[in-house]
Design a protein around this ligand. Structure first.
Ligand SMILES: [Zn+2]
Length: 414
């Protein structure tokens, strides 16, 4: 059992905070639901909770015996959560004006768990006085991105929120390690990290190199504004991992970037992993519209986000991004682009995605579903009605790089 010693008072941003509803809880020592390198995570229940039969669930974090830093790091977790609140508030403002149609009822839809540091007061194992971190339990917990730059592209609003925080802080901070789940009408984020140029948020704050690295991996999507600040030429410093990287681990965790493999190849030399694709991307744009939009722009190769490619045992390169490859094939055979830069990853690193997508075809061509169109390696193996239209489309006079980047950012297969 534990009790509050420093219940935070509300702030101006309290409507975006998800607080512990009461100030004491008990937990089951056996029920470990997660463990980091230095922490155990256990579930517990709030005591004297006025709701359903004292059964409101909470999460309790305890340091492992022998962890080589003190429970003071719990206060960093609290400070990160509190630092996130102004970003969440401003992001709602942005969202309300930019996407009035999508804005659900005008009310708050993202909250942040603000944990509190409590002390054990009733323990038979001599742990009395030991600090713990307590916050409400979030159901259906999912991780959206990490502080080392890994991002789940399907969770577009979360990726846009991280980019927004970079913009709103004028490049001094970035809110990341976004994870959480739906609790009623809200998405509640938990265990967020703020990285800062001053490295003031503790062991998960990777400082300026962390911010630069995050920017280097971030791909804008339809919820990012083209007006937001970006870090052009940002360098990658860490191998993106979904787990949280802490500074004490930095010398061990990141894979050196020299271990990453890039190659410039013709789109016609990359094979598909599927026999057919839909005609539209998730943003609703068709393959043709996307190809034409790209053909009209003066494409800088650096604007094109990399396709992830797997090298099979026989040396064949296969793309995991089939619709994007289809568009690049169309642009390649109409001589709008030449080689594209791809990242080659071992099958083992993307085994789940590869096995889910690969349907046994030779990958030379891909059929566009519900049409009689087929995109092959070359013009003469391609049946795409508007190929001539793409061929006759040239860069417009005023290229809008930002719009292009925005469009490219939304081209994912997921
Ligand atoms: Zn963005």
């Amino acid at each position: 059992m534990a009790s509050s010693t420093n219940r935070n008072s509300g702030t101006d941003y309290s409507s975006f905070a998800n607080w512990n509803p009461v100030s004491s809880c008990r937990w089951n020592h056996e029920k470990i639901i997660g463990a980091g390198k230095h922490k155990f995570v256990k579930t517990g229940t709030y005591e004297n909770y006025p709701g359903r039969a004292n059964s409101k669930a909470c999460v309790v974090k305890l340091l492992k015996t022998g962890a080589n830093f003190s429970s003071e790091c719990f206060h960093d977790d609290v400070r990160c959560a509190e630092a996130a609140l102004p970003y969440i508030e401003k992001f709602h403002e942005y969202f309300r004006s930019a996407f009035p149609k999508f804005y659900p009822g005008g009310q708050t839809f993202i909250k942040v768990n603000v944990p509190t540091v409590w002390q054990q007061i009733n323990d038979h194992n001599g742990n009395r006085g030991q600090k713990i971190l307590v916050e409400p339990l979030i159901p259906n917990f999912t991780k959206f991105n990490s502080n080392s730059g890994k991002a789940d592209a399907r969770c577009k609003i979360a990726q846009a929120l991280s980019h927004f925080s970079y913009h709103a802080s004028d490049g001094r901070e970035i809110l990341c390690d976004l994870q959480g789940g739906r609790d009623g009408k809200n998405y509640v984020l938990s265990d967020v990290v703020v990285m800062s140029a001053d490295k003031k948020y503790g062991i998960t704050d990777l400082g300026l190199p962390g911010i630069e690295n995050f920017c280097a991996h971030h791909v804008c999507n339809c919820f990012c504004s083209r007006l937001w600040k970006t870090w052009s030429g940002a360098r990658r410093h860490y191998q993106p991992e979904m787990c949280t990287t802490i500074t004490l681990d930095v010398e061990h965790i990141p894979v050196p970037l020299s271990a990453r493999k890039y190659q410039r190849v013709f789109p016609s030399d990359i094979m598909f992993t599927q026999k057919s694709i839909k005609d539209r991307f998730h943003d609703g744009n068709t393959l043709l519209y996307t190809a034409l939009t790209l053909a009209r722009q003066e494409i800088q190769k650096s604007d094109i986000p990399m396709i992830t490619v797997v090298q099979c045992k026989d040396g064949t390169l296969r793309s995991l991004d089939n619709r994007r490859l289809a568009v690049f094939r169309l642009l390649g055979m109409t001589r709008k682009i030449h080689k594209i830069k791809v990242e080659i990853v071992p099958v083992s690193r993307v085994a789940d995605e590869y096995n889910r997508k690969f349907d046994g075809g030779n990958g030379e061509e891909i059929h566009v579903r519900q049409s009689n169109q087929t995109i092959g390696r070359y013009e003469w193996t391609t049946k795409f009605r508007q190929l001539a239209e793409i061929k006759n489309t040239y860069p417009s006079q005023s290229p809008q790089d930002a719009a292009l980047a925005l469009l490219l950012g939304s081209l994912t297969d997921e």
